[in-house]
Write a protein that binds this ligand. Structure first.
Ligand code: IVH
Length: 701
């Protein structure tokens, strides 16, 4: 199973990290298809599932959340109408090296590939890897004719008008230049210009940008070239595409020619002869990095001789003659000015360090996560301290430790009430072993304004109410909508009536809806007005009450009135009711406590009452009490011939048995089909009653 198909719970940290990157890319692709090309390529529900998976992984691994996570994105990029340009020579990317050993491997592989060359006889160039966006600028008869972004490497966007506004890029080449030449290099924004632009945006009350690279990209992709012109963009030339005649036969020779033609080239570029020299140069650039006026994220090594480059050639997406030696996570020190509390979608309270803005790894960092109160204690951070922070890849910056603590630094006190308007009690849950967990949570659940929107998304999700055409995106839309708001589940079921009463503001006339799609939504909602008890219980989003627990509760209590009565009794402190629920299979004190807490909150009780008054709730099938296997624990193993595994499980559960996955002392019956192995052996060893499929049918009649 690849990490793309694994359930979130089964992902390792490394897999989760890779998966977050993949999801971000895929979601961005769909956003683009949807918003910019107006041509979505997947169903909304599938899109929602991607977003949901992203959120679930982020919830499990909060520290892996990407700085530009799809869960943080608001709105859509402006629709764009750039033409496409097919690159005559594809724009490839580079392989990465992350350690000195990777660099050695690269150099050795070059020697091995070329064969029979004496040590240190192949020269390499080492160039800073500029963190901007690559551009291919085509000149014909000395005139700039087109400029294209990299795009997918094969086809880029035509941004000619915008590139012509960049003063560092010549519009004409001097006489003697080849009749056709494509100059390739990096468009970037200097740190200083980025900070000045952001200061201006902030002063005008406009949203600020995350980092110079994204700003440069955004500035170039403006339909109005006047906007591009107002942003100070710069350029470094380092490569070429189609060219009618070669003016030099080495990489560094080409760079010198570019400089003579009037292009900026990077002054830190060097020609070197050995692995040791490459690594020494890399270290030197690394030391200078923070003080450079622009962002870099590594050093690119290239075989200098172009004839050797030609012999080495390409792998599918990258040249064999070059590699990017990346820098490790960048660290920096800055002052921690405050610690704020953020409430997540599950009500978890996360302390966030507010920092004096500082550029780390090409991003202006103003916040870093502190995870929880224990982390604050472990680091010993106080407000006013100078702290060391780190940003690795695109994840949220972390606080590594205290560098300096002035006398007037102030100890942080973790709040005991939620910052939400309900000012509810902050609770610290106990983990299974009765140990206090590190996470503090707002007890407001559905009533907490920070949690409500996410609860609603859960409510409409596939395993809960599963309403067609009402997913995360639509919840976002309706939640903040002033005409037809959905602020709690009952609002979903009054939507059609409210719409009908709403005269001119009919949904069918609203953005994104027409006559058919509005009616389809109302129909889909109507279908779910009749709902299975377990789906309703699951949909409420009570902590610890997952799909399975909801099924257990539904089966045990049978109908909504009984579930409701038990829940209210538990909330009121009725110990008999709590014990009764606790005694159910697979249900422990954490569930009972969570149910009690949920129904102890009046906002939740009102919300549920309003919802239930809109619904027809189907009773659960009560398990038989009088069946011969009621109360017994059954394990199925081997291949079953008369029923599928799911059928067998459902049948046993209907008959009041509990189905387990492995054999233990608690197992009462093992049903073993052909091919049964270790489970059968274990059952025999433990003296568990064992039978085949026919025996099972005989037993249950
Ligand atoms: S050479 C065929 N040189 O890094 C090789 N790329 O990871 C073409 N980059 O898409 C690339 N500085 O945007 C090269 N000195 C440099 C570079 C550089 C930055 C970027 C470029 C490329 C990416 C590959």
């Amino acid at each position: 199973m690849t990490h793309e198909t694994k359930p979130v719970d089964a992902l390792s940290e490394a897999e989760a990290k890779a998966e977050l990157v993949r999801l971000a890319q895929e979601i961005a692709r769909h956003d683009e298809a949807y918003h910019q090309k107006d041509a979505p390529v997947i169903a909304d529900a599938d899109y929602d599932a991607l977003k949901r998976r992203n959120l679930d992984i982020e919830e499990r691994f909060p520290h892996l959340k990407l700085a530009d996570s799809p869960s943080e994105k608001v709105g859509a990029a402006v629709a764009e109408g750039f033409g496409k340009i097919v690159h005559r020579v594809p724009m490839l990317s580079l392989d990465n090296a992350f350690s000195d050993d990777d660099v050695r491997d690269f150099v050795n592989s070059v020697y091995r590939f070329l064969g029979q060359l004496p040590d240190n006889s192949i020269a390499f160039t080492a160039e800073p890897k500029i963190d901007g966006l690559s551009m291919s600028i085509r000149y014909e008869e000395g005139e700039l004719v087109t400029a294209a972004t990299r795009g997918d490497g094969t086809t880029g966007e035509n941004v000619t008008a915008n590139v012509k506004t960049i003063s560092e890029i010549p519009n004409r080449l001097p006489a003697g230049a080849p009749s056709v030449v494509e100059i390739r290099g990096e468009v970037y924004m200097a740190k200083e210009d980025f900070l000045a632009l952001n200061a201006r945006m902030a002063a005008e009350g406009k949203p600020t940008y995350v980092n110079p690279r994204n700003t440069a990209a955004g500035s170039l992709r403006q339909l109005d070239a006047a906007v591009t012109a107002s942003r100070k963009l710069r350029f470094f030339a380092y490569s070429w595409g189609e060219i009618s005649e070669m003016p030099a036969d080495t990489q560094h020779g080409m760079i010198e020619v570019f400089r003579d033609w009037g292009f900026p080239v990077n002054a830190l570029t060097k020609r070197l002869d050995s692995i040791e020299e490459l690594i020494a140069h890399y270290n030197e650039i690394g030391l200078a990095r923070a003080d450079l006026p622009y962002d870099i994220d590594g050093v690119v090594y290239k075989v200098d001789r172009l004839d050797l480059q030609g012999r080495l050639g390409f792998r599918s997406r990258s040249p064999r003659w070059a590699i990017a030696h990346k820098f490790p996570a960048e660290k920096a020190a800055t002052r921690l000015t405050a610690i704020d509390i953020q409430v997540g979608r599950t009500g978890a309270l996360t302390p966030v360090a507010r920092l004096e803005p500082i550029t780390v790894g090409g991003v202006v960092v103003t916040n870093a996560t502190l995870h929880n109160a224990e982390e604050i204690a472990r680091l010993g951070v106080k407000i006013g301290d100078t702290v060391q922070i780190q940003r690795a890849g695109d994840v949220i910056p972390q606080v590594l430790g205290v560098v300096l603590s002035p006398d007037d630094a102030v100890e942080f006190e973790f709040p005991t009430v939620c910052p939400c308007e309900l000012k509810t009690q902050v609770i610290r849950e106990e983990t299974a072993g009765g140990v206090e967990g590190v996470v503090r949570r707002c007890s407001g659940e559905f009533a907490c304004p920070f949690q409500r929107k996410e609860h609603l998304k859960h409510f409409v999700s596939r395993k809960a109410f599963d309403i067609d055409g009402l997913g995360d995106k639509q919840i976002e839309f309706f939640y903040d909508d002033t005409l037809l708001p959905i602020r709690q589940p009952a609002d979903i079921f009054t939507l059609a009536a409210r719409d009908a009463a709403n005269g001119l503001q009919r949904l069918k006339n609203r953005d994104g809806y027409g006559e058919t799609s509005a009616q389809k939504l109302f129909d889909a909602i109507e279908v779910r007005r009749t709902i299975a008890l377990d789906r309703l219980i699951f949909g409420l989003g009570i902590r610890h009450v997952g799909e399975q627990t909801a099924k257990t509760l539904a089966r045990a209590y049978g109908d909504w009135a009984s579930v409701h009565e038990a829940a209210l009794a538990i909330a009121a402190g009725d110990t008999a009711a709590a014990e009764e629920m606790d005694a159910l299979d697979d249900i422990g004190p954490a569930v009972v406590e969570a149910v009690g807490r949920f129904f102890g909150e009046t906002h939740n009780v009102d919300m549920v009452d309003r919802l239930v008054s809109e619904l027809t709730i189907q009773d659960a099938e009560k398990p038989a009490q009088d069946s011969p296997v009621a109360g017994l624990t059954v394990v199925f193993t081997g291949s079953l011939e008369k029923m599928t595994r799911d059928e067998a499980k459902a049948m046993a559960e209907r008959l009041g048995a509990k189905v387990a996955g492995s054999v233990s002392k608690k197992t009462d019956i093992l049903v073993a089909g052909p091919g049964a192995g270790s489970k059968l052996a274990k059952a025999q060893e433990l003296g568990v009653r064992t039978m085949d499929e026919d025996g099972w049918f005989e037993l249950v009649g």
